[in-house]
Write a protein that binds this ligand. Structure first.
Ligand code: 5GP
Ligand code: ZN
Length: 116
């Protein structure tokens, strides 16, 4: 846990959020500024800054989060699929430095990379 981390505070319930799912290891909640009709994030309760801070010890936790994504996406009505995004570090456009998996879907999801 990290005292001043926004997502640690959300996972601890100290800052309110619209919860999607919770178990002993993982918390999921809707993004405050959604980019699509459904946009929630999965975070580990363990404070990990990003994938750049992950190692073999975190393999089971990371696997659990990825396997939860399709289950929670379906529960949120995303029967036809969804996008997952994990921004890692400043170079990856990360803004909140507690590892999170974005799950995004519904409406029109454009191709991720635009090619000319
Ligand atoms: P990043 O850019 O780090 O991958 O994503 C951070 C995400 O956290 C952004 O999509 C942003 O909208 C979301 N976010 C930032 N602050 C809050 C908050 O206080 N509550 C919730 N629910 N989402 C937040
Ligand atoms: Zn944290």
């Amino acid at each position: 846990m990290s005292e001043n981390c926004l997502f640690c505070k959300i996972a601890r319930g100290e800052i309110p959020s619209r919860k999607v799912y919770e178990d002993g290891d993982v918390f999921a909640f809707h993004d405050i500024n959604p980019v699509a009709p459904v946009h929630f994030m999965l975070v580990p309760k363990l404070h990990l800054g990003s994938l750049l801070d992950a190692n073999e010890k975190h393999a089971a936790l990371l696997g659990k989060m990825l396997l939860l994504a399709p289950r929670l996406a379906r529960e949120q009505g995303l029967e036809n699929g969804f996008r997952t995004v994990i921004n890692s570090g400043k170079g990856g456009g990360q803004e909140v430095f507690h590892l999170h998996v974005h799950v995004i879907g519904g409406g029109n999801i454009p191709p991720m990379v635009k090619r000319d």
